[in-house]
Write a protein that binds this ligand. Structure first.
Ligand code: URA
Length: 214
């Protein structure tokens, strides 16, 4: 009931995620509330997004004796927020993965062409072999997410997952056409994109609502 999976598309229907997303969508929700909610939803989604991370066994001692216990296997994970709205998801994710590394990618949408333009990229040199989670609250046209994923794939990570809150059908199609191998995790797939590239009904401009630049 909590998760619907279709061809690498994971729809997270957990009631808490859905309830909080509805609160975020409301026009009357303040910047303070929106910011808190986006952090909470990120934390809740983190469980679903990372449910298949590989584990390995390590020997530990509890106060009662020795045992072999599971721990995450491999290098520290890397969280990759697409600037600027992706930053809204970062704090919540870092609460769950406090030792994750962070790579920033700055991509803006040219308002006329709606095409992505990369203006910033700062990551550790060692993305190779790591698990990456790309973060952007809105999968709208899909162009920015596709461009960011192209960039990340060139660094030869072990895996990439893409996490958003609201997707458009157009964005999902575009992303899956270019990167069918990358799982997409979203809390909603809305009706459509409008002519300005906004998701309808969506929640408006996520960056503006997180940073109060309305
Ligand atoms: N980016 C947003 O913040 N909102 C949309 O609806 C589309 C892209």
């Amino acid at each position: 009931m909590g998760l619907v999976v279709k061809k690498n598309l994971h729809l997270i229907r957990h009631p808490l995620v859905q309830h909080k997303l509805t609160m975020m969508r409301r026009k009357t929700t303040s910047v303070t509330e929106f910011r808190e909610l986006v952090g909470e939803v990120a934390m809740l989604m983190a469980y679903e997004v990372t449910q298949d991370l590989p584990l390995t066994w390590t020997k530990i001692r509890t106060p009662m004796g020795a045992m072999k216990a599971p721990v995450l296997q491999g290098e520290k994970m890397v969280l990759v927020p697409i600037l600027r709205a992706g930053m809204g998801l970062l704090d919540g994710m870092l609460r769950i993965f406090p030792s994750a590394r962070v790579a920033h990618i700055g991509i803006y949408r040219d308002h006329k062409t709606l095409e992505p333009v990369e203006y910033y990229f700062k990551a550790s040199k060692t993305l190779r072999g790591r698990d990456l989670i790309l973060l952007d609250p809105m999968l709208a046209t899909g162009n920015s997410a596709v461009a960011a994923t192209d960039r990340l794939k060139s660094a030869k990570p072990r895996s990439i997952r893409f996490m958003c809150l609201v997707a458009s059908p157009e964005g999902v199609r575009c992303y899956q056409k270019h990167h069918p191998d990358v799982p997409v995790f979203t809390a909603a797939i809305d009706q459509k994109l409008n002519s300005r590239g906004y998701i309808v009904p969506g929640l408006g401009d996520a960056g503006d609502r997180i940073f109060g630049t309305i």
